[in-house]
Design a protein. Structure first.
Length: 638
């Protein structure tokens, strides 16, 4: 595999950086300042196909989801107020340096370990008081019949069928006879340099002989070169000091939830080679004994123990989102509101009412020709905030690249614009074709470009400065139809869908002057937030670049590209799909090559939003690079 300098792409998203200064909180309106009440009438013009699925009318066809466009009972398309409000608030938070209002402060980021050192085997045991304690364990190995064969001395290790072990179940207590005892075992391990585990000669759910050991069955995830499953045997006198067991268990629960999430765990399924999501884990918790992998690590919080369900697997960081965001965490006090919470409201325990109300956007001059029906979109994955080279700033010491070590996030995530058919096409073996319907993607109706929607934004008792900021936010500083500054709305934003331009066409304001009246004013110009945009704060300039459709003109905007080399292009279509694994040209190959397991450096980080060159190189894969499912990693003949 090699990166290609002459085949490049722009990642679909980038970040607007977050100032390190504290967010200003307090009273947004000066005492005695006149307050304004009225309504802004807005027009929304679709620039690229728009997908706003109506989940109320979801259809399932062979586990594939099909959605119509969001609509009212009259059948006319609409854009829900919640969709508009969320996008508008996000931009307002950015330009006013407000809090991250939607951040779940108690949630924790999980990631697969980047260390080439495996975690240690251990067993969690619940005592009579319901408290968990972690014990060191010795790992013993069982050869599994269905896994890849390799030479073993005859009779040294029992060979069992995978189905038999699955019937016993993850975490169940078993009894076994080791292949060796005492010094004999140590000598064998020394001679063969095989120290990750000892072999099991006989295994049963009952203790057949007095000298048999007891342990807990561990069933791991499948991978191409796997040989064994394991039994973890407790070392009774070797407990592990865990400073905060409750927090460690919470982290384990979060990683388990990720393994059960098909959007993250791409190998989750019911096939022989699919990952099952540790189906016996919950029962093991109930039984009070759970085989796990653990790691001790010194962090800025002290000695920390991470628990995982795999030896080089996923773990949860100690710091939660609130601790990572610090002062940028969501507001909690009505007396200390950031600018965005003061205008849009706050939903914490104290709660603060919103000063604005956004209506649904109703379609204008509708005809059925403006709807593209039943388009099957490419598969989308959930955000991978654990991938440091894209989501965080590069530290001086990569060995300390961890959210627990004070690593800084890049900022607020935004999707760039692009005009292409990327959303409904896919490359297979270097050839472009239609997207196939499956469990992990969806089919939906799209509203075509140039369709117009109308909506209103009501405001109540706000200052003149707040109104100016609101109008700027709606229009992104340009109130013309041909403006290149656009929003991203709806589903499929990373695929090029959902670019829209919002205009403020008219302002109606209540006037209290010797009575009550309504003053209507056409809105043509938008007040500047900064007199000189070239000298404006960096986050503001980054935002303007990201929302500008001209930023990506003539460039490929898509997730990291993995392309076949010339030989692979020519041979694979003739030899058939059975010769290649489904993930040979998947994006994760790019991520893995860029930041390898255990590596002390990264090849490419996501370019900063203000970089002159936002592109990254595509990854070229050869036949020899591919992992073949049917022939255990060997390239097909011919």
């Amino acid at each position: 595999m090699r990166f290609l300098k002459n085949d490049r792409f722009i990642n679909p998203y980038n970040f607007v950086s977050v100032p390190l200064n504290d967010t200003k909180r307090g009273e947004p309106v000066k005492e005695g300042e006149p307050l304004l009440t009225g309504v802004l009438h807005c027009k929304l013009i679709v620039k690229t196909p728009l997908a706003v699925p109506d989940t109320k009318y979801e259809e399932l066809k062979n586990k594939h989801k099909v959605y119509p466009f969001f609509h009212y009972q009259d059948g006319l398309p609409a854009i829900p107020a919640s969709t508009l409000r969320g996008a508008i608030r996000s931009v307002y938070e950015t330009v006013t340096d407000s809090c991250f209002s939607t951040a779940r402060t108690e949630s924790r980021i999980t990631s697969r370990s980047k260390s080439n050192k495996a975690f240690k085997p251990g067993v969690l045991i619940r005592d009579a008081e319901g408290k968990w304690e972690l014990y060191e364990a010795q790992r013993y190995l069982i050869k599994v019949k269905e896994y890849k064969n390799f030479d073993l001395d005859k009779g040294m290790c029992c060979v069992l069928e995978k189905s038999m072990l699955e019937q016993i179940g993850f975490g169940k207590k078993v009894y076994f006879e080791p292949a060796f005892a005492g010094e004999e075992e140590a000598e064998y391990v020394k001679q063969n340099k095989y120290s990750v585990g000892r072999y099991i000669k006989k295994l049963d759910v009952q203790k057949r002989e007095e000298h048999w050991k007891e342990g807990y069955l561990y069933l791991g995830e499948p991978f191409p070169s796997k040989h064994f499953e394991s039994v973890f045997c407790i070392r009774p006198d070797r407990t592990v000091d865990v400073a905060d067991m409750e927090r460690a268990m919470e982290g384990l629960e979060e990683t388990y939830a990720i393994y059960k999430d098909s959007k993250v765990n791409r190998n989750l399924g019911s096939g022989d080679r699919d990952h099952k999501g540790y189906p016996g884990y919950e029962q093991a918790l109930k039984n009070g004994a759970v085989p796990v992998w653990y790691k001790n690590q010194k962090t800025d919080r002290g000695n920390t123990v991470y628990l995982s369900l795999a030896c080089i697997g996923r773990r949860a960081y100690e710091k939660n989102m609130g601790q990572i965001l610090g002062d940028k965490s969501p507001c909690t006090s009505r007396k200390q509101l950031c600018k965005a919470c003061a205008l849009f409201g706050m939903a914490s325990e104290e709660k603060a009412g919103s000063r604005i109300r956004v209506t649904d956007a109703r379609v204008k001059d509708w005809t059925e020709e403006k709807l593209e029906k039943k388009v099957t979109l490419r598969e989308l994955a959930s955000p991978k905030s654990s991938y440091f080279p894209f989501y965080t700033k590069l530290p001086s010491n990569i060995s300390q690249w961890s959210y627990d070590q004070g690593t800084q996030i890049r900022g607020r995530k935004y999707y760039l614009h692009t005009e292409s058919d990327y959303y409904k096409t896919v490359e297979e073996n270097g050839r472009k074709g239609k997207v196939a319907a499956g469990e992990r993607n969806a089919t939906m109706d799209l509203v075509k470009p140039d369709t117009v929607f109308c909506f209103s934004v009501y405001y109540d008792q706000i200052s003149g400065e707040q109104l100016k900021e609101l109008i700027w936010t709606l229009t992104l500083g340009e109130n013309q139809e041909d403006s290149s500054r656009c929003y991203k709305l709806g589903h499929g934003k990373p695929l090029g869908l959902g670019s829209v331009k919002i205009l403020v066409t008219e302002k109606e304001e209540r006037i209290y002057d010797d009575g009550y009246s309504v003053e209507k004013t056409p809105v043509t110009q938008v007040g500047r937030l900064f007199d000189n945009e070239e000298e404006a704060p960096v986050p503001y300039r980054e935002l303007l670049k990201i929302v500008d459709t001209n930023t990506t003109v003539g460039k490929k905007v898509e997730y990291p590209r993995v392309v076949p080399d010339k030989e692979m292009k020519e041979k694979l279509p003739r030899q058939g799909q059975n010769d290649t694994g489904k993930n040979d040209l998947a994006s994760h190959k790019w991520f893995g090559k860029n930041y390898k397991l255990g590596a002390d450096r990264v090849q490419y980080t996501l370019p900063e939003a203000m970089s002159d060159d936002l592109t990254l190189p595509s990854l070229e894969v050869s036949l020899q690079d591919c992992c073949r499912r049917n022939n255990h990693g060997k390239a097909p003949k011919g």
